[in-house]
Design a protein around this ligand. Structure first.
Ligand code: TIU
Length: 218
């Protein structure tokens, strides 16, 4: 079995039971002038993941392992957006630079050009921060016999963390790639990664993408 150098211990995986999760690499979060930046966030902190992610996707696509992309967003009538979320995210559904913010079908809701999914890759639309809540992700993984997840995307302490915690509780082993996840806040990036691997890997493992690419390219 391939083994990747990781924290807190090496991460062992096999090509038949591992999937790549790409969380919310959407224009609304990553594009300059978009929703994320309009909230005062530094999108460069997220955009540094694009190069490593492109290289990872290229290597992963050369294997038979599945790739699953997620997008956070809501139906145009906001019927799947809890009032409590809307109250603290009042821009959701409002017109932004790239269409109505976080609304399915809008330009800003879709994945950035550099990382557009291929036709055979699954895209899971999710109304929450976690990728399991109110989605068919668990069904998709079970059907493919997936037991391990390599997790990438944005943001580290919000949608990546929520998803890793949900996955860990469901029995999946998660490897988070430090250079392929991003937070608007450098201190949350650091702490978020440390939280995953602390206490003997309380939620999972953390590694750098070149170490994984080397293993899957063997
Ligand atoms: N995808 C995701 O993390 N959604 C967020 O709202 N993240 C923030 O950091 N705001």
């Amino acid at each position: 079995m391939p083994i990747v150098d990781a924290q807190p211990t090496p991460f062992e995986f096999d090509l038949d039971t591992t999937a790549l999760l790409v969380i919310d690499m959407q224009r609304d979060f990553l594009l300059p002038g978009g929703f994320g930046e309009s909230l005062g966030n530094d999108v460069a902190q997220l955009r540094r993941t694009i190069g490593p992610m492109k290289r990872l996707l290229e290597a992963w696509r050369a294997t038979s392992m599945p790739i699953i992309h997620t997008r956070e967003g809501h139906k145009p009538d906001l019927s799947d957006c809890p009032p409590a979320k809307l109250k603290r995210g009042p821009m959701i559904g409002q017109p932004g630079t790239f269409g109505k913010i976080l609304i399915q079908g809008e330009y800003g809701h879709d994945i950035i050009d550099e990382l557009q999914p291929l036709e055979n890759e699954v895209v899971v639309d999710k109304p929450g921060k976690g990728a399991f809540y109110a989605t068919d992700l668990e069904e998709v993984l079970t059907k493919d016999g997936i037991k391990r997840l390599v997790v990438t995307g944005v943001t580290t302490e919000v949608c990546v963390h929520t998803t890793v915690r949900e996955a860990n509780d469901r029995g999946y082993e998660c490897l988070v790639l430090a250079d392929c996840v991003g937070s608007y806040f450098p201190e949350f990036q650091q702490a978020g990664l440390r939280m995953i691997a602390a206490q003997g890997g309380i939620f999972g493992w953390v590694a750098e993408s070149p170490a994984l690419i080397e293993e899957i390219a063997r």
